[in-house]
Design a protein around this ligand. Structure first.
Ligand code: G4P
Length: 537
């Protein structure tokens, strides 16, 4: 049994990611949350690690910046809420950073396997954008509880009701506003916090909430004195509409990933951020159970278990050292204790595991379910690897998604074939891209989310493995993982379409459709075969 103190440690953990389309304000919001937590004292500390927009075509620069950002991969801090916190609980918050650049979207998908909840940031003027849609798809699959922060209310934005409709329709989740804005842009006066029943008045150019006034009721005449008659009337009308149209907020529906509470604010102006944080610690889940192939693992179990969701390679070619990031699923992790590396069947112990406190990375003696530990690694770990106190467990990873871009990878230096093969295999284990092998001619195909990943692979092969590669164009529409109850039909399909068939890195059959038409025809002709756009079904 875990001691009561250890159990309390687990219960006070809140591990989440902030996700958004680039530029919606994820970095700014992260920074403001850290400021509230007292984890950083200067605005700009996180921003300096952000991939700069001007550098988007220069991926080396991006990698350098990513190198620096190891310390910000996880940002941990303690926070004691002021609202409804009679017991004086201090929460331990772990924010997992996700790369903003969309070419690294796969990294973000994997990070989402390690969080217990998510905050989505949406730009009030732009509404729901592509990247948000894709990330939300992953949250839906995993039933991750989601909160929405509608940002940049200090600018002219879309109508809040329209925004809520858009979120519901495009992200496929029910919403419930827990705060409500009074106008936007130049006329933005503040938000009415439905959750706490306070009116927060906005003052432009201020870096903190200037006034927060408690009300029993939105009809209180003082509101009109503060914001003017017409805005007070409009607020009252809007709130009545909200009560009429939206289901009441239910924590259970939120925890089941069915309902997203929505907040409005302006991260840049530190407005609405504290309210978001206060509500977040109140309702967000403590570490949730994690499903392994064998069974469901509960955080409070006394034995340690964890899985690797990210490997951060060191860009120094002379030291092939990496940091493997493990999410602790149950129990307590202790330094210098032997754990089982399930895939290798080996006992391993770690003398310098690191935890992350805001900008610092420090060696820790123990860490708890919900935490992320960084383990120095020299090539022992792959994404999805499990560490346990002895049990033979396999945590289910995140399925691969059909990549967006495909190229043949060819050896450009015949003397270095071995190095190339090793490099490709290790980079794929690290999750840099996906590998498919054509069943017709054995050629290797690399699938990525964006052009940048091809450049990263080429550079790393050359500098870390002394191998040279060349890319050859490949016209490809989608990679589909296929399955059927009808084995005979599946075999016939594979025999008839050898030019379209490939194996993924785990040896699963993949149909590589070079056009939407080819896929459509295959679906039409082979009714018993299902074509999946993700590798797990
Ligand atoms: P991201 O991580 O999601 O990519 O977004 P980030 O926080 O970097 O914000 C993108 C831009 O939006 C930044 O401006 C940032 O200052 C601005 N921004 C964030 N929150 C707000 C807000 O509440 N109101 C307004 N008006 N702007 C906001 P930038 O000019 O692109 O960068 P910078 O020069 O400020 O660094």
């Amino acid at each position: 049994m875990l001691s009561t103190t250890d159990q309390q440690e687990i219960l006070r953990r809140r591990t989440f990611a902030i996700i958004s389309h680039p530029d919606a304000g994820k970095t700014t919001l992260t920074e403001k949350l850290l400021l509230y937590g007292g984890a950083i004292h200067v605005a700009g500390a996180v921003k300096s690690n952000k991939i700069r927009k001007t550098a988007t075509s220069d991926w080396m620069e991006i990698e350098k910046q990513r190198g620096i950002s190891v310390a910000t991969s996880v940002m941990g801090f303690d926070y004691t809420p002021t609202y409804r916190n009679k017991a004086g609980t201090t929460y331990h918050i772990n924010i997992l950073d996700t790369p903003g650049h969309q070419d690294f979207a796969e990294d973000t998908f994997r990070t989402l396997t390690a969080v217990d909840s998510v905050i989505i940031v949406i730009d009030a003027a732009k509404g729901v954008e592509t990247q948000t849609r894709r990330l939300m798809q992953v949250c839906r699959m995993r039933k991750t509880p989601v909160m929405v922060f509608i940002n940049k209310m200090d600018r002219e934005g879309k109508d809040p009701f329209d925004l809520l409709d858009e979120v519901e329709a495009e992200l496929g989740i029910k919403v419930r506003p827990l705060s409500w804005p009074i106008n936007s842009g130049q006329r933005f006066k503040g938000v009415y916090n439905i959750f706490q029943q306070t009116l927060d008045l906005y003052q432009p150019d201020k870096t903190h909430v200037t006034e927060s006034i408690q009300f029993e009721d939105v009809t209180d005449p003082q509101i009109a004195t503060l914001v003017g008659d017409s805005d007070a009337a409009k607020l009252q009308e809007d709130l009545e509409m909200i009560e009429g149209v939206y289901d009441p907020f239910s924590i259970d529906s939120y925890l089941a990933g069915e309902l997203a509470p929505v907040f409005f604010g302006s991260a840049l102006n530190t407005f609405g951020v504290k309210e978001l944080l206060e509500c977040f610690v109140h309702i967000a889940p403590s570490p949730r159970p994690v499903v392994a192939e064998e069974r469901e693992v509960k955080p409070m179990e006394d034995k340690f278990t964890g899985f690797c969701f990210k490997i951060h390679a060191n860009m120094d070619p002379n030291h092939r050292s990496c940091i493997a990031f493990f999410k602790i699923c149950s129990g307590k992790f202790e330094r210098n204790t032997y754990y089982t590396h399930v895939r290798k069947g080996q006992q391993m112990r770690f003398s310098s595991p690191t935890c992350f406190m805001a900008q610092r990375k420090e060696t820790v003696d123990e860490a708890f379910a919900g935490d992320i530990v960084g383990l120095p690694d020299t090539g022992n770990f792959k994404i999805g690897d499990t560490l346990t106190s002895g049990e033979n467990l396999h945590f289910k990873g995140l399925p691969s998604f059909s990549p967006e871009m495909f190229k043949y990878i060819e050896n450009a230096d015949p003397m270095k074939q071995k190095q190339l093969d090793k490099g490709i295999s290790q980079l794929m284990d690290e999750g840099v891209a996906q590998l498919f092998v054509s069943q017709l001619n054995g050629r290797k195909i690399i699938g990525t989310v964006g052009q940048l990943q091809f450049e990263v692979i080429q550079y790393r092969l050359e500098h870390e493995y002394q191998a040279k590669c060349r890319w050859e164009p490949l016209q490809m529409y989608k990679a589909c993982w296929i399955e059927s109850d009808d084995d005979a039909e599946l075999e016939m399909f594979k025999r008839r379409k050898p030019q379209y068939m490939a194996l993924d890195k785990d040896g699963r059959d993949v149909f590589m459709a070079d056009s939407a038409y080819v896929l459509q025809m295959a679906q039409q002709d082979y009714k018993h075969i299902t074509f999946h756009f993700t590798s797990e079904f």
